[in-house]
Design a protein around this ligand. Structure first.
Ligand code: MSP
Length: 632
């Protein structure tokens, strides 16, 4: 099949603010989509950049006591640096102060002027300096800007206007004929809603007497270009150098990704500008919702989007990326809180994925590679194969519409199915019986196959973790979506154990009051810091089954419930406790120990007991609390 071309852009961010959670959200979504399309074998071009002209920037620079250019240089560098740190795979970074951009803006302005699409006129209206635009009476709320909630200024001045009104009917028809032009549908409807009111012509200039920081109009040096008219053109100017072979033929395939705050310029100004300039329209406008900052215990310290963004360094880029992609339903708003973030990290990444990878790689490493597997494929294995195929289909469908949350939900259903497969096939039990060797090999082969699949499928969403999974399996070639198939592997490969893909985060570690109480990892005269202690996760567990470990005098195999979770532990208390008497008892366990195998049984945690001489006394509870309760 011929390679498909995919050109995706993010908004170009204003340089009056440092990169924050909101910018990171859009850029990470765009990056996940581009990585996915590359995985699928498409020819991808990914553009981001900075929007550097206009009042906002001029004012911010004046406040900082530097020139607008110096100011823009500094913040643009901060954006570039941030994207580098987050492993964003953009192919280009455009700045609107670059000559390559200015040239194209001026050429388009001149052509539109020559064609009579731009005229000189006078307009008086309520202006918001924050939005850099006029508001109509209908849009004004209590005399204020609906976005900034700040008073508007009445300005009357002579300006150049683009005949946008002329394109109103054409745009309505285009939206009606092309339902997928703006998605999700609610935003297409919103744009159709704007278009129910008469569309005004667009003022595309600002007098130099009022603002100098902009691209001069090629046909009147007393004016600079209105910042939106300048900024939107970046998507085109970045790929329109005929001498650059890398960007040839891209324009016809462009899709934009934006937040809902800038729907009107992208859904109304931009298509009409393109139409008037005779440039093909973009393929699709993809619009996501807005993050707000939520309350909650841990998040009380997060005052703003910049602080929220700092959590990416605290908890890791993959985890941050996962949270943003998983928690927001594409097109709708979402709430960010540190608590919700840590909750997802622990449940989805440390528990579901991390444990699966740790269990599977531990078992496979122990078994060693097997060239020819004696055990046949059973119904249980086939379920895994089919579920992998269905999951891939679900991911493909979700990614068609930027529904990252759906793609990840489907993948996590598969992870859940694999965890259940491990529990049901209990390879550690199979390993005990030489007669079951064939089955053991088959189970481990299925697991290795499924891990390889995850190492590919997770790549757009968790690039670092996916890479580590692939490395543990010895994959060297770049991942390809076509290879994400389970059921083809006929051997057990050599695998390196991958124990701590995502370490659990404990509440205690993130508790504001304790953070900074001691420097983690600093020994102080044989004493440990509270941070070190906080690494040990002590939890109440309820014994639901207990049996003696065969051929061992000392060991009991316990099945315990920890909240919703069930796990197996091995405890050295067989000489003191009768297994039947333990059932229903609540004990205290270390829940985050790396798994250890004792007499062929994988123990996931340790039961606490006091010892004195030959006496072993299990720690129990003074009052009844549910299993899963923390001990601290
Ligand atoms: N410079 C214009 C865009 C010009 S594009 C031709 C601009 N810049 S901005 O710096 O304000 O960035 C706005 C974009 O940042 C939003 O559209 C969205 O992509 C992202 N976000 C900023 N805050 C956000 C949230 N709180 N939540 C989600 N995304 C947000 O507008």
């Amino acid at each position: 099949m011929a390679q498909r071309i995919f050109y995706l852009t993010t908004p170009i961010y204003y340089v009056n603010a440092r990169p924050h959670l909101g910018h990171a959200c859009t850029t990470i979504m765009a990056d996940a989509m581009c990585r996915y399309r590359r995985l699928a074998g498409d020819q991808v071009y990914f553009l981001t950049g900075t929007d550097e002209h206009g009042d906002k920037i001029a004012q911010a620079a004046a406040k900082a006591g530097v020139t607008p250019q110096a100011y823009a240089d500094e913040i643009a560098a901060a954006f570039k640096d941030t994207w580098r740190r987050l492993d964003i795979t953009n192919d280009d970074f455009i700045r609107t102060t670059e000559p390559r951009h200015k040239k194209v803006v001026q050429a388009i302005l001149q052509a539109l002027h020559d064609a009579g699409e731009i005229y000189f006129g006078e307009y008086g209206g309520n202006y918001c300096f924050g939005c850099e635009r006029f508001y109509t009476d209908k849009e004004v709320v209590d005399g204020k800007c609906p976005d900034h909630q700040t008073p508007l200024t009445f300005i009357k001045e002579k300006n150049y206007f683009f005949r946008m009104s002329k394109y109103q009917d054409w745009l309505i028809k285009h939206l009606e004929d092309n339902p997928g032009f703006i998605q999700p549908e609610r935003y297409r409807n919103e744009v159709l809603g704007f278009l129910r009111e008469p569309l005004q012509d667009l003022s595309i200039s600002r007098p130099k007497a009022r603002l100098q920081w902009g691209i001069p109009l090629p046909f009147d040096d007393q004016y600079v270009t209105y910042v939106w008219f300048d900024a939107l053109i970046n998507y085109y100017s970045a790929v329109s150098d005929p001498k650059n072979p890398k960007t040839r033929g891209l324009w016809e395939h462009v899709e934009h990704l934006i937040g809902k705050d800038i729907l009107k310029p992208h859904g109304v100004y931009w298509p009409t500008m393109l139409k008037a300039a005779g440039i093909p329209l973009y393929r699709r406008l993809n619009v996501h919702g807005y993050w707000s900052l939520g309350g909650g215990k841990m998040s009380k310290s997060i005052g703003n989007v910049v602080e929220a963004f700092q959590l990416t360094d605290k908890y890791g880029h993959d985890a941050f990326r996962y949270f943003l992609l998983r928690e927001m339903n594409f097109g709708l708003d979402a709430t960010f809180s540190e608590e919700a973030f840590v909750g997802r990290l622990n449940a989805d990444l440390a528990n579901d994925l991390g444990n699966l990878v740790s269990r599977a790689t531990t078992l496979i490493e122990k078994c060693g590679s097997v060239e020819r597997i004696s055990g046949p494929v059973t119904a249980e294995d086939s379920v895994v194969h089919v579920s992998a195929t269905e999951t891939r289909r679900a991911v493909e469908a979700a990614m068609q519409e930027f529904a990252f949350q759906k793609a990840l939900a489907a993948l996590w259903e598969f992870v859940g199915a694999l965890n259940r497969y491990v529990d049901a096939s209990a390879p550690w039990e199979l390993a005990k019986d030489p007669a079951k060797r064939g089955r053991l090999e088959r189970v481990l082969c299925t697991l290795a196959d499924a891990l390889g699949y995850l190492g590919i499928m997770l790549d757009p969403f968790l690039p670092n973790a996916a890479k580590r999974i692939r490395e543990a399996l010895g994959f060297v070639d770049p991942p390809r979506l076509d290879d994400a198939v389970v059921g083809r592997l006929g051997h057990v490969p050599r695998v390196r154990k991958l124990a701590a893909l995502f370490p659990r985060i404990e509440d205690k570690v993130t508790d504001d009051a304790r953070a900074g109480a001691a420097v983690p990892g600093q020994p102080s005269g044989g004493k440990i810091s509270i941070e070190d202690f906080a690494k040990v996760e002590l939890t109440v567990a309820e014994v639901v089954a207990a049996e003696k470990v065969e051929k061992s005098k000392r060991l009991l195999k316990l099945t315990v419930k920890v909240g919703e979770d069930t796990r197996t532990l091995v405890a050295g208390v067989a000489e003191q406790y009768d297994p039947a008497a333990l059932i229903g008892r609540k004990v205290v366990i270390v829940a985050n120990l790396q798994p250890a195998t004792l007499m062929g049984i994988e123990s996931n945690g340790m039961v606490l007991a006091a010892t004195h001489g030959g006496t072993v006394s299990l720690l129990t509870l003074d009052k009844d609390v549910p299993s899963g309760s923390k001990v601290k």
